[in-house]
Design a protein around this ligand. Sequence first.
Ligand SMILES: [Zn+2]
Ligand SMILES: [Zn+2]
Length: 322
Amino acid sequence: MRNVRRLFLRCLRLGHRRKFTYLNLVTDYLRYGRLCLVSLTHNSFTNSDVVIESLFEPVYWLVDHVTRWFGIVFVALVILLTSSIVLIVYICVLPLILQTYSTGWICWHLTYGHWNLILIVFHYYKAITTPPGYPPQAQKNTPSVSVCRKCIAPKPARTHHCSICNRCILKMDHHCPWLNNCVGHYNHRYFFSFCLFMTLGCIYCSISSRVMFREAYAAIEKMKHHEAERLQLAGNETYSQTPPPAFSFRERVFHKCIIYLWVLCSSVAVALGALTLWHAMLITRGETSIERHINKKERKRLQGKGKVSDLRALLSILGYLY
Ligand SMILES: [Zn+2]
Ligand SMILES: [Zn+2]
């Protein structure tokens, strides 16, 4: 009996030992796996921002690719819409100006209209074809403030990485889908001039065609009224009254073109005018759109610490101002 008990206890001990061996083996494998993962992913610069950025990487990739492809569609849209407005002005508005206006006004419209059109075309062409400016590749001693994590290359001051162009851009302002190009050091002036002259052109077209728009709007309302009357008379089957004269196809197209011209030009004038004013304000401050955002964040951070971040405030303390 004693022998049986001893044998049973030995078996139990062996089972324990085997169980412990398996447990140790699993723990070792887990430790090894963790070590491999940490050694593969360890980076002393890793923080919460990098982790979030890595998690959203597929979303960024999708947005960047869609924007890259849509850039071509947007450029085609700008060319198509501008051409349609120019065509309407030449076909519908200009003949009326030539027929009704005095010689002085005709000269003014012809000179200003064509001058504005040439400037729009020239600045748009230059804005889409001029490279925004890239950091020099060959020079090793370029003064840089940081290293771009995407290009693994030194980043000179005021340079930012554009994920759509997949390059670092000198004095980057923003990536413009309407230009399918980045706005940077070398094409910022063309971008701003294009916005300015496009706004001026849209204001000019809206003001010039405002009377025609009112007439076209009234004509379209009349058209709808006539159509309703004709339907009513056709329903009566008596034909005692003569139906009102219908508008010809040419008249209908003419009025609709004028409405399209005025609505599009006014909307673009308001939206692009606001954007132009915003960029004019940034230029007076010597900031790009990205720097405006960074400076605002930095100003808030330093103000929270009770430090002076504004140059004006700093100069006033030092006695250079006031
Ligand atoms: Zn870069
Ligand atoms: Zn870009």
